[in-house]
Design a protein around this ligand. Structure first.
Ligand SMILES: Nc1nc(=O)c2c([nH]1)NC[C@@H]1CN(c3ccc(C(=O)N[C@@H](CCC(=O)O)C(=O)O)cc3)CN21
Ligand SMILES: CC(C)C(=O)C(=O)O
Ligand SMILES: [Mg+2]
Length: 287
């Protein structure tokens, strides 16, 4: 099986993820937004599935992740959770779901766990520590997320690589320590120089999952549609496409449309027939 486990039904756990990272095995995470994406990613043997707030731009047609609500996230998480993936299932806290109060944050994150997530991810550093402490106190595992945090789009003035000036780089190293001390089980590092991500990774005991953060992280994450070439445009520099999903699927659908128009689909293989005893009555019936 994909996770080299004797029990094919054993689900990946947070301690397992941490043990794999400690043993030097690089971790693999991708996003899932519905049952088909979850089944494909799980069958590929990825270690972690994230129901990302990237669902907003990837699936729902928004410009960015800011309009994504808890109701939208819950809808997509439920679809993914129904597939009972082997991978560790995580859910991304959307904008404003962890900013208003500890109570609201706990209710939102707890709702994710009740829907089948094993933990939550949320963007931000030291500013978010009160919420992170409350979540961990409530037995909700938290993955942090530092660097290019897409929910900070307006504050950053665009999707820009973070941590290139000294004060920002040092603040990120400090934030990473503080998130670890607060009890985060892992951190996403997004859109930062590879050498900064390397230093963060070697100064932490918990695994780092990079996206646009170079090769020296404990693992990597990419958006499902980006890996498979399903996104309409090539996307950020950090994406590598492993399939031409958009072009392959477009060509397949166009071939089917052509067959329909030429009368070549369906044929006998895709059709049903009347029982012989019923055929004369149907043939002889007139309106
Ligand atoms: N399909 C998809 N993939 C993602 O990785 C992703 C989403 N959607 N939605 C939410 C955020 C947005 N993300 C992005 C989007 C654009 C850049 C980008 O254009 N980055 C510039 C960096 C420019 C610089 O050097 O500062 C690039 O050219 O790569 C980065 C991350 C990552 N996340
Ligand atoms: C790319 C990952 C880290 C993410 O936050 C998302 O998909 O929303
Ligand atoms: Mg996200």
């Amino acid at each position: 099986m994909s996770h080299q486990s004797p029990d094919a039904h054993a689900r990946v756990t947070i301690p397992q993820i941490q043990a794999w990272a400690h043993s030097g095995r690089r971790l693999v995470m991708t996003t899932a937004y519905d049952a088909p994406t979850a089944r494909i990613a799980d069958a590929a043997g990825v270690d972690m599935l994230l129901v990302g707030d990237s669902v907003g731009n990837v699936c729902l047609g928004f410009e960015n992740t800011l309009p994504v609500s808890m109701a939208m996230m819950n809808h997509h998480l439920e679809a993914v959770a129904r597939t009972r993936p082997t991978a560790l299932l995580l859910a991304d806290m959307p904008y404003l779901s962890f900013h208003l109060s500890v109570e609201d944050t706990l209710r939102n994150a707890g709702g994710f766990l009740q829907r089948g997530a094993a933990g939550v991810k949320l963007e931000g550093g030291a500013k978010r520590l009160p919420m992170i402490h409350a979540l961990i106190d409530a037995e909700i595992p938290v993955m942090g997320h530092l660097g290019l945090t897409p929910q900070s789009l307006n504050a950053m003035g665009g999707y820009k690589v973070q941590g290139r000036v000294k004060a920002d780089a040092i603040r990120m190293l400090e934030d990473a320590q503080r998130l670890q001390e607060a009890g985060c089980f892992s951190l996403v590092l997004e859109g930062i120089p590879a050498d900064l991500a390397a230093r963060i990774t070697e100064t932490l005991a918990i695994p780092t999952i990079g996206i646009g953060a170079g090769p020296h992280c404990s693992g990597q994450v990419l958006v499902f549609h980006d890996v498979l070439g399903l996104s309409p445009d090539p996307g950020p520099k950090f994406v590598r496409r492993y399939a031409q999903g958009f072009e392959d699927l477009r060509a397949a659908l166009a071939a089917w449309a052509e067959d329909v128009r030429a009368g070549g689909f369906p044929d006998a293989r895709e059709s049903y027939t009347l029982p012989e005893a019923v055929r004369p009555a149907v043939a002889q019936w007139n309106p």
